[in-house]
Design a protein around this ligand. Structure first.
Ligand code: HPA
Length: 252
């Protein structure tokens, strides 16, 4: 029933919400919802903080599909499997997707609770959803420059700090060691996480426009005297969801 409603609404834009960011949906009116498990090729998330459903919302009168949660490689799935939601969106006719995540901050000028627009990524996950396909897609502008400009304008209008930088994706599920974070900094990473990159690659391979936003939920390992904890990551994400919701509303 809800899948039919979503199909009928013909959304052109989608958003994927990462760890602790599901509450962003509360800023929009939900018109329909469907559990991941009801979508062929998708199944429920096993990660605390990930709801595991699609909801249809309206942003400025336009329908937008939001995935509350995502699947990860560290759950033991292949890169092809974790990107089923992107192919589902593409099949629905969606051509633009905003990928959000929780990430550890590496760059000195950042603060926990702030947002970073992803300018580019380092795929350090050792796999890709295109594996086995011999598809040699160009990846020189994964994250749309035009869309980034729009997000910066929206952040300025809202007087919301918005960093821009390189997101490094690691396999996880363990957090990084301090030595790994020093390596990532040397490689040019500004934030680190365990998601988003397979989805971005799949979406670009399908010709979709991609934006990426990291919620900086913690300092990356070894940068501050702290112990990394998933519950803390989810909690910071929840508290900072309002700013992200406002940014999405304004930019879309
Ligand atoms: N490392 C990897 N993934 C993350 C982090 C981190 O510090 N914070 C949130 N997701």
């Amino acid at each position: 029933m809800s899948l039919t409603l979503i199909n009928k609404a013909c959304p052109e834009t989608a958003i994927i919400l990462g760890s602790g960011l599901s509450g962003v949906v509360d800023a929009f009116g939900v018109e329909a919802e469907v559990a991941f498990a009801k979508v062929p090729g998708l199944s429920a998330s096993t990660v605390p903080g990930h709801v595991g459903r699609f909801v249809l919302v309206k942003v400025s009168e336009k329908p937008v599909l939001i995935a509350q949660g995502r699947r990860h490689l560290y759950e033991g799935l292949s890169a092809f499997e974790v990107t089923a939601s992107i192919r589902f969106m593409h099949d629905l006719g969606i051509r633009r997707v905003v990928l959000t995540n929780a990430a550890g901050a590496i760059k000195d000028s950042m603060e926990v609770g702030e947002l970073m627009l992803i300018s580019d990524h380092l795929n350090l996950q050792g796999t890709t959803p295109l594996l086995g396909s011999a598809q040699f897609h160009d990846m020189s502008e994964v994250y749309s420059a035009g869309w980034r400009q729009r997000f910066h304008q929206a952040a300025q209008d809202l007087q919301l700090p918005l960093h821009e930088g390189v997101y490094a994706a690691l396999l996880g599920p363990q957090y990084e060691t301090p030595a790994e974070i020093r390596m990532l900094r040397t490689l040019g990473a500004d934030a680190v996480g365990m998601s988003t990159v397979p989805e971005a690659i799949q979406a670009r391979a399908l010709g979709m426009e991609v934006a990426g936003i990291s919620m900086l939920t913690n300092w990356a390992a070894g940068l501050k005297p702290q112990i990394l904890d998933h519950a803390e990551v989810v909690s910071v994400g929840r508290q900072a969801s309002l700013g992200l919701a406002a940014l999405l509303k304004t930019a879309l």
